[in-house]
Design a protein around this ligand. Structure first.
Ligand SMILES: Cc1ncc(C[n+]2csc(CCOP(=O)(O)OP(=O)(O)O)c2C)c(N)n1
Length: 619
């Protein structure tokens, strides 16, 4: 069936029975490709039937479909003229793991971060009306993403202006881990609500009384009645109060019902509609169904066993989680906060050991930060663990609610630097630049895992204001030698020298060290300084003054944008001197997806390419 689908128009020609078969084949394709490339398996398998039902009824070029996050859209990609490229998913030069307007005309809006779909859909709806364009706009949002404040802001606006748009809630009761929050409890309650189930079982029992042939027809008509009744019996439907017409809950794996409902909506309903679809995360692949959190997003795996290939070793996230447990065991005031990333930030064990001091606030980074502020102002010591790219949306909270009041909150920024296959939306390459201008903010980046542990301990004892520790994705590097104690704003001078200095902040210290070693090998007459700055802020003025007297040229390396990052601070410092400063880092453009090594090659920041550039500059 899949071979026959050359464009989404072909999906429209298929019968329900054929669509069910198509769904099976699409799932098979998703499993085969993600087993090789890794990816968001369970979300996409769960949304496969929904994708097909949408394409059966809507025209994705006229009706615009916006997937929230976009990690569940693999079936949509396959069916919208990307099946032939699907083997390249998440690979360098290949298809993105999320929706991207530059990848396909079928992708209506770029995504990667959560809770944006309803706002974008509303904007598109209003624009279409202004420009007299045809078609509906459909936002597909998960129950996890619905916990983000932006989703509520958009619903509030949409309910007010009453435009024709459709919000589809893909409710699988899961975020990455189990969904949390009062809204989730409300949704679950709705599904098991007594009145709803009473109506359902009444209709079912009623139909059972009739002979077989009549019974079948009865059940079909009864289902139709049930669909209509649900609206009136489900208790206090919050979405109706927000100005949406509520339809559901509907089994998101029942193709026939979804298609009928979508048809009905198009024909009969105007204004904003909220369609509640219930799906199973990982549907159709037993390992993903059984372990949806692991199959939310993972690397290559063996299809038969569901086991991942390779051992990635102890990650920085794990080091963070373990260290915070040790710190919390000694200090009862320490709490941990995550925005729906318990697993990703390595906080699972903390959550188990200290359930009363652990807070998963949902996909709500802004709230996480200000919530930490409230805790801190009362004397609690919050550690807020957020991925570097996701903290971008909470910058005002960091400035206004934390820094301005000098609250001792520790921000632990995981996934700083290039993250690889998740690509441009997820690279943590702006944090040094966006945090740098905040007065009194202390910003650290460890060069290895032992130093990271020391920094966490140091942060737990510091109570004069906020601190940031940013650290990379992936395997932690441990150092062999003893760690020098951390002192505020003091760089670690690994090698003293003359004329030349090489500084690499955080993970980039590895590259600085590799370049230093190569220089030593090829040009023994050059004796550079090798520096692990540890701090972006404050700067080590004493040491920089000393450098002024000793060097003529400085090289800085970072895995942050060269605009406003570490290099720019050093450049600024030496601006009115004769010292040349050359900064290497992420260039002023968005970096695509691919293996980190491939990306470093692309932006010419591998140690060997940097070495060549430095060699040239030294000449
Ligand atoms: C702002 C932001 N924070 C965190 C994430 C990481 N993230 C990606 S998907 C996801 C869970 C989404 O849950 P849901 O919307 O229910 O979709 P499901 O995966 O269950 O289909 C999270 C937390 C993100 N993409 N964006």
């Amino acid at each position: 069936m899949l071979e026959k689908i050359k464009s989404p128009r072909d999906v429209k020609k298929l019968s329900v029975q054929q669509l069910v078969e198509l769904a099976r084949e699409v799932r098979q394709r998703i499993i085969e490709v993600t087993a090789k490339n890794g990816g968001h398996v369970a979300p996409s398998l769960g949304a496969t039937d929904l994708s097909i039902a949408l394409l059966k009824i809507f025209d994705p070029l006229v009706d615009r479909i916006i997937w929230d996050v976009g990690h569940q859209s693999y079936a949509y990609k396959i069916l919208t003229e990307r099946n032939d490229k699907f083997d390249t998913l998440r690979q360098f030069g290949g298809l993105s793991g999320f929706n991207n307007i530059f990848e396909s005309k079928y992708d209506a809006f770029g995504v990667g971060h959560a809770s944006t779909s309803i706002s974008a859909a509303l904007g598109i709806t209003v624009a279409k009306e202004m420009l007299n364009k045809k078609g509906r706009t459909i936002a597909v949002i998960g129950d996890g993403a619905l916990s983000g404040g932006m989703a509520f802001e958009a619903m509030n606006h949409a309910g007010h202006i009453q435009k024709d748009m459709i919000v589809i809630l893909n409710d699988n009761n899961m975020s990455i881990s189990k969904s949390v929050g009062a809204l989730q409890a409300y949704l679950t309650n709705m599904l098991v609500s007594r009145s709803y189930n009473t109506v359902k079982s009444f209709i079912w029992n009623f139909a059972q009384r009739f002979p077989h042939r009549i019974k079948r027809r009865m059940i079909l008509s009864a289902r139709r009645i049930e669909e209509n009744l649900i609206n009136s019996v489900a208790p206090n439907i919050i979405f109706e109060d927000l100005g949406f017409k509520y339809v559901g809950p509907i089994d998101g794996h029942n193709m026939h019902r979804m298609i009928r409902i979508f048809n009905k909506i198009i024909k009969n309903i105007t204004g904003p509609v909220f369609v509640h679809i219930v799906t199973k995360k990982g549907k159709g692949y037993e390992h993903a169904e059984d372990d949806a959190p692991r199959f939310h997003g993972l690397g290559p795996y063996e299809i038969e066993t569901g086991e991942c290939f390779g051992d990635n070793g102890r990650s920085y996230s794990k080091v963070f989680g373990d260290s915070l447990c040790e710190i919390a065991a000694k200090n009862k005031k320490v709490v941990a906060i995550t925005a729906a990333m318990t697993d990703g930030t390595g906080l699972n064990e903390f959550a188990e050991k200290f359930p009363c001091r652990f807070f998963d606030v949902g996909i709500a980074e802004q709230h996480a930060v200000t919530f930490a502020g409230g805790l801190a102002i009362q004397g609690i010591k919050p550690f807020v663990a957020i991925y570097s790219s996701f903290l971008q949306r909470a910058l005002d909270q960091v400035i206004h609610d934390i820094a301005l009041q000098k609250l001792p909150v520790v921000f632990c920024l995981d996934r700083a630097g290039l993250v690889g296959e998740d690509g441009a939306t997820h690279h943590g390459v702006f944090d040094l630049s966006y945090l740098n201008p905040i007065p009194d903010m202390i910003i650290m980046a460890p060069a290895n895992a032992d130093e990271f542990k020391e920094m966490l301990k140091f942060a737990s004892e510091y109570n004069k204001g906020p601190m940031v520790i940013r650290y990379p994705r992936g395997k932690a590097k441990f150092c062999k030698s003893k760690i020098e104690p951390i002192k505020i704003g003091k760089y670690e001078i690994i090698k003293t020298g003359t004329d030349v200095a090489i500084m690499g902040i955080g993970k980039s210290f590895e590259d600085a060290e590799a370049i230093y070693n190569k220089l030593e090998e090829e040009f023994p007459e050059i004796k550079p300084f090798l520096i692990n700055p540890r701090f972006l802020k404050p700067i080590d003025e004493d040491f920089l003054e000393e450098l002024k007297k000793k060097v003529k040229i400085i090289f800085t390396i970072e895995d942050n944008s060269i605009v406003g990052g570490f290099g720019s601070i050093i450049k600024n410092y030496f601006a009115n001197t004769d010292i040349e400063v050359h900064s290497f880092g992420i260039p002023d453009k968005f970096v695509p997806h691919g293996k980190t090594e491939e990306l470093k090659n692309l932006i010419e920041t591998t140690p060997s390419l940097l070495f060549e550039k430095i060699k040239h500059l030294l000449k």
